[in-house]
Ligand binder design. Structure first.
Ligand code: SF4
Length: 340
């Protein structure tokens, strides 16, 4: 019988709730009736127990530059073996990966992958670690956890590219095996999260703060969508929160919007809007601010916060100059906040 026919593998983080099961993996806390799945489409009530339908089920396995995640301050210049499956606990109308994020497991082309095959695959690829990415990794918790543990034990790193919509207990569980996260911080406004993602902002903020506390390297990405989260006040509010709650060292990526999926009526983000966001973040004291998803771009370089020297020059997703000695600026010896 296929994994879908059998109801998948029993999940963690759930309880019986009357004649339903209550999933406690993410802040949606779906109450799921027999035979139905939660909002993410990948956790199903099968005979009164919650099952994950995507354990060991992948849509892709590809080496990428770590810079593509984007993670600019985490083992720069290394390649990372990137895995994706299907499903997401958001339903953003602008999703660039909607073909997998909004797909149901039974309709997707999924390949099997055993946890014990991941480390050999990383070794063979020559990558320095794994990324759980493309679709939302937090809803793939059981598989990402089992694999990340093996990956870490074998001396490789493991990273999430995530919307941050996960509850405290599962985040604490995976934290010892999760080295870095790029978290999408789309807005500070609950209205935005309700309208665009059918979610709430506070759990995302909690994940960022707790992730940092647990020693996970954090970078943030803000996708700037014209007319939705691109006002001066939006940037000021977001940056103020970052400064107060995460600190000046956190790398902040502003990303250009491109029309996609159901949001085809909006233009690309004007470059001057991205420049405004960049300026506000720099003026607030953030040390490492980047602008991504634009063609020729000198806003993706890293400068020493001590002497201003160019320490990493990037071209696309590759590094064209590296003036670092470990995490120290070669010119002044000052510390640059980079995990090497
Ligand atoms: S992980 Fe999926 S099933 Fe569980 S609460 Fe979140 S959206 Fe619902």
């Amino acid at each position: 019988m296929s994994i879908f026919g059998s109801g998948g593998k029993e999940a963690r983080f759930w309880k019986v709730d009357g004649d339903r099961v209550r999933c406690e993996l993410c802040p949606h806390f779906c109450k799921i009736a027999e035979g139905k799945s939660g909002i993410c489409n990948v956790r199903k009530n099968s005979k009164g127990k919650l099952h994950t339908l995507i354990y060991g089920k992948i849509t892709s396995m590809t080496p990428d530059p770590i810079e593509k995640k984007p993670l600019f301050h985490f083992h720069p210049g290394t390649s990372v073996l990137s895995f994706g499956s299907v499903g997401c606990n958001y339903s953003c109308p602008f999703c660039q990966n909607y073909s997998i994020s909004q797909a149901k497991p039974e309709n997707a082309y999924l390949r099997d992958l055993k946890p014990e095959s991941v480390v050999p695959a990383v070794k063979k690829s020559g990558c320095a670690g794994v990324a759980w990415t493309y679709n939302e990794p937090t809803i793939w918790h059981e598989f990402a956890y089992d694999c990340s543990k093996l990956v870490k034990e074998a001396g490789y790193y493991s990273v999430y590219v995530t919307n941050g919509y996960i509850n405290e207990e599962p985040l604490r569980e995976i934290a010892p095996y999760l080295d870095a996260m790029n978290v999408d911080l789309k807005s500070l406004k609950d209205d935005f999260y309700q309208k665009m993602c059918k979610a709430k902002v506070q759990p995302v903020l909690d994940t960022i703060v707790l992730g940092k506390e647990l020693g996970i390297h954090i970078e943030l990405t803000n996708l700037v969508i014209p007319g939705e989260n691109d006002k001066k006040e939006d940037f000021e509010e977001l940056i103020n929160w970052v400064v107060e709650n995460v600190g000046l060292d956190v790398p902040m990526h502003f990303s250009r919007f491109h029309p996609d999926y159901k949001m085809l009526d909006k233009p690309r983000t004007p470059l001057k809007t991205l420049e405004l966001a960049f300026r506000i973040a720099k003026d607030a004291g953030l040390k490492y601010v980047y602008v991504g998803n634009i063609p020729t771009n000198d806003r993706e370089n890293t400068f020493c916060p001590n002497c201003g020297n160019l320490v990493i020059e990037r071209w696309g997703f590759s590094i064209s100059k590296n003036n670092l000695d470990g995490d120290k600026c070669k010119k002044c010896g000052g510390k640059v906040d980079i995990v090497t």
